[in-house]
Design a protein around this ligand. Sequence first.
Ligand SMILES: Cc1ncc(C[n+]2csc(CCOP(=O)(O)OP(=O)(O)O)c2C)c(N)n1
Ligand SMILES: [Mg+2]
Length: 327
Amino acid sequence: MEKLAKSGLSKEEIIEVYKHVLRGRRLDERLWQLTRIGKSSFNISGQGAELAQVAMAMAFDPKKDYFLPYYRDMTACLVWGMTSKDIVMGTFGKEADPSSHGRQMPNHYGSKEHNIVSHSSTVSTQIPLATGVGYAAQLEGKDYVALVTTGEGSANQGEVQEAMNFAGVKKLPVIFVVENNGYAISVANREQYANDDFSYRGPAYGFPGVTIDGNDFTATYLAFKEAVERARKGEGPTLIELVVSRLTSHSADDDQSIYRSKEEIDGLKDKDPLNVFEKQLIAEKYLSREEMDQIDADLKAEINQATDEAEAEPDPSPESVYEQVWA
Ligand SMILES: Cc1ncc(C[n+]2csc(CCOP(=O)(O)OP(=O)(O)O)c2C)c(N)n1
Ligand SMILES: [Mg+2]
C-alpha cells in the first residue's frame, strides 16, 4: 500500500476523497433501504469499489472529459458531478432525473450536463461508444479523453475486443477500465477467462495494460493520471484492471449465500475499502475517528434531505411516455 502523500494531493483533497467514498457507501445503503420498504424496484451497488472509483474519477477533468459508466459506478458519477438527489431521483424514476427522466431502471447513470453518457442494460455496449467518443476527439483535434468501465465478465463480449482493437489501431484517447470483482453474478472469474490478469489484453491490442489493487488509493490514482496524460498527448489507450470486491449480492434480486461460502462472505470485511481507507487515514494522521464520525453524521443528513427532496419531485406524466426515448 503506497502512502497517501505520494499521490501529490493535499490534506484537504485527501479528506475530500474520504467524503466521496463515504457518501457513495451511505447513499448506496439508502438505495437498498428503499428497495426493502417497497419504494424502489431495484438496486445494484458498487459497495467494495468506492475507493477505486474515487481514485479513478479524480484523475480526469469532468469539465471536458467524457464518462461512460456501468451500473456499479454511482460513486464515480458523484465525483464526476452528479448529486445525491440526482441519484435518488433516478431510483424513484422522477421526471427531473437527469439520467433518463425516469425512463431507465435505477442505476443507469447519465448526465448531459456532466458529459456522462447514459448506458444500456445490455452489458458492455458502452465500450464501442467510448471508442467512438475517442475517435471524435481525434477527428476534431481536441484533447478530451473518454473513460469507460465495465465488469470482468461483461468484458468478454465480442464488441469489447472490437472496440479495444480499433482504439489501439487509431491510438484513440480512451481509458478502458475493468472493475474486477471476481464474479459475474454467480460465475467466478476462473470460469470466465483463462489468463491470470485481465490486463494482459491491453498489450494484445497494442497498448499498456495494468492490474491495480483498487483499495490502494495512491497506486490507483497515479495509474489513471499516467493513462490520462498518455491519452491527452495522443499516445493512445490504456487498459486498467481494478481489483475490487463485491461486498453485496449481485443485485437486490440476488442471494449470494447460494454460491459464496460463509467464510468468503465473512472475509469480505478485510477487503472493504471503507475499513482499509479509514485505517490508512488514521495511521497517516489525516483524520481522527471523531472527525470521521462527524463527516458521517453530516453525510447522513445530506442523504436524508436528498431522499426527501427527490421523493417530492413530480413523476413523469403518462402523456409524456414517448418523450425522452429514442427509437
Ligand atoms: C449482453 C448481456 N448479457 C447478460 C446480461 C445479464 N447480466 C447483467 S449483469 C451480468 C453480470 C456481469 O458481470 P461483470 O461483468 O463481472 O460485472 P459485475 O456485475 O460483476 O460488476 C449479467 C450476466 C446483460 N445485462 N447483458
Ligand atoms: Mg464482476
